[in-house]
Structure formats: C-alpha cells, structure tokens
Design a protein. Sequence first.
Length: 117
Amino acid sequence: VQLQASGGGLVQAGGSLKLSCAASGRTLSNYRMGWFRQAPGKEREFVADITSSGSTSYADSVKGRFTISRDNAKSMLHLQMSNLQSEDTAVYYCAARIWYATKYDYWGQGTLVTVSS
C-alpha cells in the first residue's frame, strides 16, 4: 500500500483544517487506517483510526475536535480537524495495517500542520 498525505498548512488557533490521504496498490477494505502525528522534539503519537467497517477511535486529546473518515471506493482517508490549538502543531502521518496485523506497516510521507496562536 502506498499512502500520500496532503492538506497540511498554517492555520490560526480555533480554525479548521482537513487532511486527506490517498492510498494505492491495494484494496483498502481489508485495512485499518489511522492518523498519527509527531510534534517537534516529541515522539510520534496516535491520533485516530478507523476500521474497514467504520468503527473509530481517538486519542483523548483530540476527541470532540477531530473526525476521521474513509471512502473505500475512492481509496481515501480523511481527518477533519476543528478548534485547532497550538499543541496540535505537528507533522501528521497516515498509516495502514491489514486487519489482522498488530502494528501499522504502511506509512505516508507526512504533512505539516502549524497552528499559530
């Protein structure tokens, strides 16, 4: 699976941004998809993920502000981010793992989100 993330940019605190991830090479219906982020000087952390059937999970820090979604027919993954805060500044990565795997095996190149206060 090849993943290409896009949609990052500079946004003011309280603003919104939508990230997208285009997948190719495999049928996404067998894959769990996720978003991770890495802030400067910090380790990469989980943001949200979604199963092939649409079940979602979120990090506590983004619950109620971020929404993950997917379109299997178009091989797309999205992350709608609202009420962005400075602590959301990071490089955001999309990732995929086949449904029975225990870790994410496929990663996109990352897209930078910068939130100005």
